[in-house]
Design a binder for this molecule. Structure first.
Ligand code: UN1
Length: 509
């Protein structure tokens, strides 16, 4: 089903999971990529064993100076060409994302569009990368700051955004003058191979050396090697909070830099002043889009008691209309979960909800029969719960939406929203200015993303993306997120013939 796409991406015969560009190797275990869409095998890929990793990192180090010596706008030109390449291959790559990961074809295309957008953003950035100048307290002195490349940037990404999250990191890291080494998810190895192939074609056409972009394939072991490796200047990791805590601790013991984008537990607050039609649309898309497998998926709805019943009834009836099936058919709203392990987590969350006293308004179910052969399709569920339940406090990567009632002022809803360990994305649905501004103030949402009258997911690349608390604190993508990929240097230049000291200190000899 996907053979045409693999062929036109030039990866139909690629079974090696390690690459430094044109070289492909891998002597580790063979893993199979199986589509959650139909359960069929897409291909086998050999993982990265320690000697393969060593070869990749050595090659990356050897490419460092060639790439960082290239002026930043020239690096931007290479990234521009990569964006053009992605435009040409948007359909095939979008389809591969959809088939290997299980999100809808529209969302697969959306991911590739995000890659194109971040390339455009990075091209502009390559002529900026601004530092401040400041006035010295000493006469005839000048002070300014500048940003230099870090060296090697390691990228660890998750299955749910198998291409876009890499591209956010890769495009910025590259224009900032770094070489990159990427471990994508072992659940979506062909997406990683396809991206590496496309970027390598551009690097090769520009006569650039091997090692500017590398990939590794494998499980947590490879991630650990990277986290422990002092030759990697920055580890940018996207995934679960559990993974992030391990990476952060390991990188911290060598005082390395890390950029973490971890779990969310995102809520929409629905006040009595909400446009309820928009609310239902935002909540349904946020909860069931990508089968609830975005880190920005809507997990909780915190609804005022005055509109609670209306919202509850409208949602349960909207859920009856949902079409669940192959994500390659645009008529379907909900595709499969990534694998049968994810289905197990979904089922155990449903039984936890009941155990803790929650009520399932829309029951969950694993679907079977024609079209559901992969055993990865589940019915989105809605549960009435209380915010403090242990299961509600956890991020379950599945389409389970929690309804929580609040009474009184918006501050009550905000308190509930903030009463979780994660702090990624949040929204309020209201047409009341005071409520909206309260939510956005320092007394409001404690998340990295706070929206008004839109849902929690679907962030644009132009803003800095990431969150607080157990979400890890890192920011990727737009705004000044690029600064994490460079080292800052403060420079003071004396153009006088004397040597005045700062703070007025006299030192005569
Ligand atoms: C993620 O789920 O890891 O906000 C990233 C969104 C996307 C990014 C999600 N643009 O839905």
């Amino acid at each position: 089903m996907i053979n045409e796409e693999l062929k036109s991406l030039g990866i139909e015969n690629h079974h090696k999971g390690t690459s430094t560009g044109t070289a492909w190797f891998g002597s580790g275990d063979r893993i199979e990529s199986r589509s959650p869409v139909d359960g069929k095998s897409i291909g086998h890929v050999s993982c990265t064993a320690m000697p393969d990793y060593e070869r990749a990192i050595t090659t990356a180090l050897s490419a460092k100076s060639a790439w960082s010596n290239l002026p930043a706008p020239n690096r931007g030109e290479v990234v521009r060409q990569f964006g053009e390449k992605l435009r040409l291959h948007k359909n095939e790559l979008g389809r591969l994302v959809s088939y290997e990961m299980g999100k809808s074809y529209q969302e697969g295309l959306g991911e590739v569009q995000e890659m194109i957008d971040i390339c455009d953003f990075a091209v502009g950035l390559s002529r900026q990368l601004y530092g401040f100048t400041m006035h010295s307290e000493r006469p005839a002195h000048r002070m300014y700051e500048q940003y230099h490349p870090l060296g090697v940037v390691g990228i660890i990404s998750a299955f749910n955004f198998p291409v876009a999250v890499w591209a956010w990191n890769a495009a910025l890291a590259l224009v900032c003058g770094n070489v990159i080494i990427w471990k994508g998810s072992e659940k979506t190895p062909l997406c990683s191979i396809a991206c590496q192939k496309l970027l390598t074609e551009v690097l090769t056409a520009n006569h650039l050396p091997e090692g500017i972009s590398s990939i590794c394939t494998g499980s947590a072991d490879v991630g650990r090697w990277m986290a422990e490796d002092a030759r990697i200047d920055l580890i940018s990791a996207t995934g679960s909070t559990r993974m992030g805590k391990q990476v952060a601790a390991t990188v911290a013991t060598r005082l390395g830099k890390s950029l973490l984008e971890l779990g969310g537990n995102n809520a929409i607050i629905v006040t009595p002043h909400a446009d309820l039609k928009m609310t239902i649309m935002a909540a349904v898309f946020g909860a069931v889009g990508t089968a609830g497998q975005r880190c920005t998926s809507t997990r909780r709805l915190i609804i005022h008691e005055d509109v609670y019943e209306h919202v509850r009834d409208a949602l349960t009836s909207a859920y009856q209309q949902l079409k669940i099936g192959t994500p390659l058919d645009t008529e379907n709203h909900v595709g499969p979960l990534i694998d049968t392990d994810a289905v197990k987590h979904y089922l155990s969350a449903l039984s936890e909800i009941k155990k803790e006293g929650g009520t399932l308004l829309v029951e969950g179910q694993v679907l079977q029969g024609e079209g559901y052969e992969s055993n990865c399709y589940v019915k989105p569920a809605i549960a009435e719960v209380e915010n403090h339940y242990a299961i509600v406090q956890k991020e379950t990567f599945a389409p389970i939406l929690y309804l929580i009632k609040y009474r009184g002022e918006v501050s009550e809803a905000i308190a509930l929203q903030n009463a979780v360990a994660q702090g990624l994305s949040s929204s309020i649905m209201t047409n009341n200015l005071q409520e909206a501004e309260h939510f956005l103030s320092h007394r409001g949402s404690d998340c990295g993303i706070a929206n008004v009258n839109i849902g929690t997911s679907g962030a644009e690349i132009g803003g800095a993306f990431g969150g607080e608390k157990e979400t890890g604190g890192g920011r990727e993508s737009g705004s000044d997120a690029w600064k994490a990929y460079m080292r800052r240097q403060t420079n003071t230049i004396n153009y006088s013939n004397t040597l005045p000291l700062a703070q007025g200190i006299k030192f005569n000899f």
